[in-house]
Design a protein around this ligand. Structure first.
Ligand code: NAD
Length: 488
C-alpha cells in the first residue's frame, strides 16, 4: 500500500475494488487531494463476508483462546511500534493537531486491543447451582461463544480510536470483522491491515471495505444476510436506517449515535477546572466529539465571569497546521460539514444570539486558507427552542445560558431527545451525586470530561443509542451465551 492509495483489505490482502472505481481523499487542512480511495462493490463485500466466515471455522476459530488474546496484545505492540505511521495517517485524513492525535487517537487505538483481551481473559461467566428434589441437584453455567461475522460501521471524528473500540472486543471474543471506515478517513483502518499481517492474524479475521453509505458499500454490508451483527457509530438518521437493515434476519445491533450534551456549572464550582474542562469538551477536535458540550448552563452569580473566562480561553486557542507544536485547534473534516456548521453560525445570529466570540472563518496563511476552517464560537441569549440549542452541530461552538436553581438546571439539561453525555461542575459532593443521578444520559462526568476507564459502560440513552459497550458490556454484545444445564 502506498500512503496515498487506500485499497480494500480482504482475506489478508490489500486490493482494488472489483470495478476499479476510486474517489478522492481530500485534506481538511488545505482542500488538496491527498490520495485515492478504492471503492468496494457488492461483489467485494461478498468476498469480505466469505473470507470472514471461512476464518471463523478456520485457524482463528480453532486457535486456543490464550493464543488469540496474546495475538491481540501483539497487535497493540505493533501499533505502538508503528506509532508514527499511524499518527501521520490519522493527521493527514482529519487535519487534527498532532498534539491531540498523539495523546488520544493512537494510544487509545492500541489500548483497545490490550484492554479487551484482558477483559475476555478475566471476566467469568455465570454459574448457578440448583436444587432438584430427589436428585443431587443440577448446575448451570454460561458459555460465551463468538457471535460470528461482525460489521463495524465507523464515523470520521476519531477514526482509529472508535474503530478499534469495536474491533478490539469483537476479535477478543473470537469473532471476525468487516470494517467500513468513513469515506472521509480511510487511512488508519487500511494501515491496520498491514499490522494484522505482520502479527500473523489469520487471513479473513480483519477485513476493510471502503466506500460510501447509502446505496453503496455501507448498505451492501449492513444488508448482507451473512453478517451476524452490526455495530455502528454515527448520526441518528444513519443509525435508524441501519437498524431497519438489521431487522431482516433479527440480527443484533449496537448503536452509538449523536448528542446535544449539556454541562451544568454551579456557583460553587472550581472555576479554573470548569473552564479548563469546558474548553476541552466544547473545542477539542474542533468540536467534533460525540461527547462534547454544546449547551452550557451556568448558575447566575458566576455567569458573567464564566462567559468572560471561556471567551478569553477560546480566543487564545492556536488555530493552525496540525504539525506545528503550538497548534491546538484544527479544521473541520470536510467542506460539506463546514457548510453545515457555518449554517448554524448564521442561524444563531438570525435567532438573536449574542456572539460572544467567533462566528466566522479565521484568517489563515494562503497555503492553508483553502481548508475547512471555522472559528471557535460562543453564543449567549438564544431561546431553548432555537435549532442552534436543540440540534447537534458537531462543531466548535456552544451556547451558554444562566440558571437559578438546581431543579431548573436539571430540567433544562434533560429537555432534549438526546441522552449521550453530560458534565457537572460543583464542589458540593451531595449535589454531584444528586445531579449525576438525575441526568438522563449514558455518561455523566463530574468535575472532569472524557476521563474513560475502558472497563466501564459506554453508550447513549434516549435517542443517543442502543446498548452499552465497554468492559463486560462489550462481551454481552460480541458473544452469544449458551446456558449448559447439567443434572448431577
Ligand atoms: P454518518 O452517520 O454520516 O456516517 C457514519 C458511517 O455510516 C460512515 O462510514 C458512512 O459511510 C456510513 N453510512 C452512512 N449511511 C449508511 C447506510 N445507509 N448504510 C450503511 N452505512 C452507512 O456519521 P458521521 O458524520 O461519520 O459521524 C458523525 C456522527 O457520529 C455525529 O452525529 C456524532 O455524534 C456521531 N458519533 C457518535 C459517537 C458515540 O459514541 N455515540 C461517537 C462518535 C460519533
Amino acid at each position: 500500500m502506498s500512503e496515498t492509495d487506500f485499497k480494500l483489505f480482504i482475506n489478508g490482502a490489500h486490493r482494488p475494488g472489483s470495478d476499479g472505481a476510486t474517489f478522492a481523499n481530500i485534506s481538511p487542512v488545505d482542500g488538496s487531494v491527498i490520495g485515492q480511495i478504492h471503492q468496494a462493490t457488492q461483489a467485494d463485500v461478498d468476498d469480505a463476508v466469505r473470507a470472514a466466515q471461512a476464518a471463523l471455522t478456520g485457524p482463528w476459530g480453532t486457535m486456543a483462546r490464550n493464543d488469540r488474546l496474546e495475538m491481540l496484545h501483539e497487535v497493540a505492540a505493533e501499533i505502538d511500534r508503528r506509532f508514527h505511521d499511524f499518527l501521520a495517517a490519522e493527521v493527514a485524513d482529519t487535519g487534527k493537531p498532532v498534539s491531540l492525535a498523539s495523546h488520544v487517537d493512537i494510544p487509545r487505538g492500541a489500548a483497545n486491543f490490550k484492554i479487551f483481551a484482558d477483559v475476555v481473559k478475566n471476566v467469568p461467566s455465570e454459574f448457578f447451582g440448583m436444587d432438584v428434589p430427589g436428585t443431587d441437584g443440577a448446575i448451570n453455567y454460561g458459555l460465551r461463544k463468538p457471535k460470528g461475522v461482525i460489521a463495524v460501521i465507523c464515523p470520521w471524528n476519531l477514526p482509529l480510536l472508535l474503530m478499534t473500540w469495536k474491533v478490539g472486543p469483537a476479535l477478543a471474543c473470537g469473532n471476525t470483522v468487516i470494517v467500513k471506515p468513513s469515506e472521509e478517513t480511510p487511512a488508519t483502518a487500511t494501515l491496520l491491515g498491514e499490522v494484522m499481517n505482520t502479527v500473523g492474524v489469520p487471513a479473513g479475521v480483519y477485513n476493510v471495505v471502503h466506500g460510501f453509505g447509502p446505496g453503496a458499500t455501507g448498505e451492501f454490508l449492513t444488508t448482507h444476510p451473512d453478517v451476524d451483527a452490526i455495530t455502528f457509530t454515527g448520526e441518528n438518521l444513519t443509525g435508524e436506517k441501519i437498524m431497519q437493515a438489521s431487522a431482516v434476519g433479527a440480527r443484533d445491533i449496537s448503536l452509538e449515535l449523536g448528542g446535544k450534551n449539556p454541562a451544568i456549572v454551579f456557583a460553587d464550582a472550581d472555576m479554573v477546572a470548569a473552564i479548563e474542562g469546558t474548553m476541552r469538551s466544547a473545542f477539542a477536535n474542533c468540536g467534533q466529539v460525540c461527547l462534547g458540550t454544546e449547551r452550557i448552563y451556568v448558575e447566575r452569580p458566576i455567569f458573567d465571569e464564566f462567559v468572560a473566562r471561556l471567551k478569553d480561553s477560546a480566543e487564545a486557542l492556536k488555530v493552525g497546521r496540525p504539525s506545528d507544536d503550538d497548534t491546538d485547534f484544527g479544521p473541520l473534516i470536510s467542506e460539506e460539514h463546514r457548510d453545515k456548521v457555518l449554517g448554524f453560525y448564521e442561524k444563531a445570529v438570525t435567532d438573536g444570539a449574542k456572539v460572544v466570540t467567533g462566528g466566522g472563518v479565521p484568517q489563515l496563511e494562503d497555503d492553508i486558507a483553502g481548508g475547512w476552517w471555522v472559528e471557535p464560537t460562543i453564543w449567549t441569549g438564544l431561546e431553548e427552542d432555537s435549532t442552534v440549542v436543540t440540534d447537534e452541530i458537531f462543531g466548535p461552538c456552544c451556547h451558554i445560558r444562566p440558571f437559578d436553581t438546581e431543579e431548573e438546571a436539571i430540567e433544562l439539561a434533560n429537555d432534549t431527545p438526546f441522552g449521550l453525555a453530560a458534565a457537572v461542575w460543583t464542589t458540593n459532593a451531595s449535589r454531584a451525586h444528586r445531579v449525576g443521578a438525575a441526568l438522563d444520559v449514558g455518561l455523566c462526568w463530574v468535575n472532569s470530561w472524557f476521563l474513560r476507564d475502558l472497563r466501564t459502560p459506554f453508550g447513549g440513552s434516549k435517542a443517543s443509542g442502543i446498548g452499552r459497550e465497554g468492559g463486560v458490556h462489550s462481551l454481552e454484545f460480541y458473544t452469544e451465551t449458551t446456558n449448559v444445564c447439567l443434572q448431577l
